[in-house]
Design a protein around this ligand. Structure first.
Ligand code: FES
Length: 149
């Protein structure tokens, strides 16, 4: 879109409808992206998060290992945690199909938007339409706490 300033030659006149349409489309796009990305302040887990504190070791505590079912998963904010024994791995909750947040479902993670399913431990796609695995999120375990780097 051309910006008309007092020093520049007049830009071709756009009808008010065209300008309104452009603004409306822009606003709708922002709202859609914001909705698809979810909110950073709304956990998608039904289990209260213990996260948010910054551990002295340099990571943000997301949860206690004991909060995650052994062999299962837990969503804390934007991170899907999966536990096997005392080992915990993390993946992004953002579905690789169209960006909806996935939900913890035992050993798997489900996307309710279009039905994709992932292995919570590896992030691999078990069922489409998604074709790419969930992005990894680096986490460490220290003193029974899961820390995000
Ligand atoms: S956004 Fe997850 S399946 Fe479409």
């Amino acid at each position: 879109m051309t910006v008309n300033t007092p020093d520049s030659a007049p830009a071709p006149t756009l009808s008010p409808f065209t300008r309104r349409t452009a603004l409306a489309v822009g606003g709708l796009t922002v709202a859609t992206v914001a909705a698809a990305c979810g909110s950073d302040t709304t956990p998608t887990s039904t289990t209260p998060a213990t996260g948010g504190s910054s551990a002295a070791s340099g990571g943000t505590e997301l949860a206690k290992v004991a909060d995650i079912p052994d062999g299962g998963s837990l969503v804390v904010g934007q991170v899907l945690l999966a536990r096997t024994g005392e080992a915990v791995v993390g993946h992004s909750v953002v579905c690789t199909h169209a960006g909806c947040p996935v939900q913890a479902a035992g050993a798997n993670a489900d996307c309710n938007c279009h039905g994709s399913q992932y292995n919570a431990t590896t992030g691999a796609v078990l069922k489409g339409p998604a074709t790419q695995p969930l992005a990894e999120v680096a986490v460490t375990v220290k003193d029974g706490a899961v820390l995000q780097a």
